[in-house]
Design a protein around this ligand. Structure first.
Ligand SMILES: [Zn+2]
Length: 274
């Protein structure tokens, strides 16, 4: 039996939460819609918040329709269904089309299935040992972009620099040697990190925490604690406690780190198995 608690909060300086958390029976998921930088075109009349709501609903329907299918094939079916939801007013080949990271966990009774696409990690307590399931291709692609950026003529204009970075990031989306994310190409689902783990025996999954990067930054950027510490905080004080810690850290260190985006939407889901 799986018990689930969650917290999902928009960045304090933004109106809409582009993260989305859902539970449909045995399936729990977290999506993080990619924010569109001001002044960038997307070819879509709907936007990231619409995209994550529709993708979540379509994933739920796909899993309900074919419970025995893999999470990969259900995600592929969902991405395809959302293409149709966009309607004729959207250009689905536009490089800025709405996209989202995906983190899914399904309770299969004696095992769990998981799927991670792009940077929304899954932290697991497996028989007392901590395991982190993550997809680091976006980080790798961004590191490569920084190297490329160093070879092009410098510009003092931060707007030009930022526009160039967004353009190159869009070029790498859903390409071999780039990174993969849910958008309009169902093939992206087959590039996700997936697996199955037991819910019985010595190596059983006891706890799982699904995160968007607005919450995993507690470990990855702010170094407030390690993954084991994150699992313990969320188990002891609840998902809200992690979001509060991240908000406080953003406030304290945002200026010093000069993050372009000082806050981010943050989502935490705790699952416990008995
Ligand atoms: Zn659209």
């Amino acid at each position: 039996m799986m018990q689930v608690w969650s917290a999902s909060e928009a960045a304090p300086d933004r109106l809409e939460n582009e993260d989305h958390v859902f539970r449909f029976g045995p399936l729990v998921g977290v999506l993080d819609g990619a924010t569109v930088p001001d002044g960038f075109d997307t070819g879509c009349v709907h936007g990231p918040a619409w995209y994550v709501r529709h993708l979540a609903a379509r994933i739920g329907l796909a899993v309900a329709a074919r419970p025995a299918a893999t999470l990969m094939s259900s995600l592929a079916a969902a991405i395809l269904a959302v293409r149709a939801d966009h309607g004729d007013d959207c250009d689905l080949d536009h490089p800025g089309t709405p996209s989202a990271t995906v983190c899914l966990l399904r309770d299969g009774g004696d095992h769990v299935d998981y799927l991670v696409l792009c940077d929304s990690p899954l932290v697991l307590d497996v028989g007392g040992a901590v395991r982190v399931i993550s997809d680091d291709r976006l980080d790798t692609a961004l590191a490569e972009l920084r190297r490329v950026a160093e070879t092009v003529p410098p510009t003092d204009d931060p707007v030009t620099r930022f526009r160039r970075a967004v353009a190159v990031q869009r070029e790498r989306m859903n390409r071999t040697h780039g990174y993969w994310v849910a958008a309009t190409d169902p093939d992206a689902a087959y590039h996700a990190v997936t697996g199955t783990l037991p819910l019985t025996g010595a190596g059983a999954v006891r706890r799982a925490v699904l995160l968007t990067d607005g919450a995993s930054c507690a470990v990855e950027q702010f170094g407030l604690f390690d993954w084991a510490g994150l699992l313990d905080l969320v188990s002891r004080d609840g998902p809200d406690a992690l979001v509060s810690r991240v908000r406080a850290a953003e406030q304290d260190r945002g200026d010093r780190l000069r993050r372009r985006k000082r806050h981010d939407d943050a989502t935490v889901v705790l699952c416990r198995f008995r």
